[in-house]
Design a protein around this ligand. Sequence first.
Ligand code: SF4
Ligand code: SF4
Length: 93
Amino acid sequence: MNKLSIEERLGKDKFAVDEDKPHIVLDQRICAQCSKKPCVKACPAGLYVPQGDGVKLDYAGCLECGTCRVVCVMKGLKWEYPRGTFGVEFRYG
Ligand code: SF4
Ligand code: SF4
């Protein structure tokens, strides 16, 4: 049996995006003071990208693993699970 790459596995997941209420909200003033920006390397989906002094986040592809919440020691983000039926639906493992 062929093994799927991580990208292929993630590609099978389905996301119901809550356009009205992001479940992760960044405080760019704090992000601008965060020199190491550990979220960029830690997010398994690669959703944090450096932008200017801060970072930008595409929360729509969030896997809800909570890693960014743990590594963000400067408390630059607010994190909660998506509302109701929103969020990720895992389809492979
Ligand atoms: S680790 Fe936290 S404070 Fe630092 S850039 Fe990422 S979200 Fe912002
Ligand atoms: S919860 Fe996980 S997948 Fe979602 S943004 Fe944070 S590190 Fe990335």
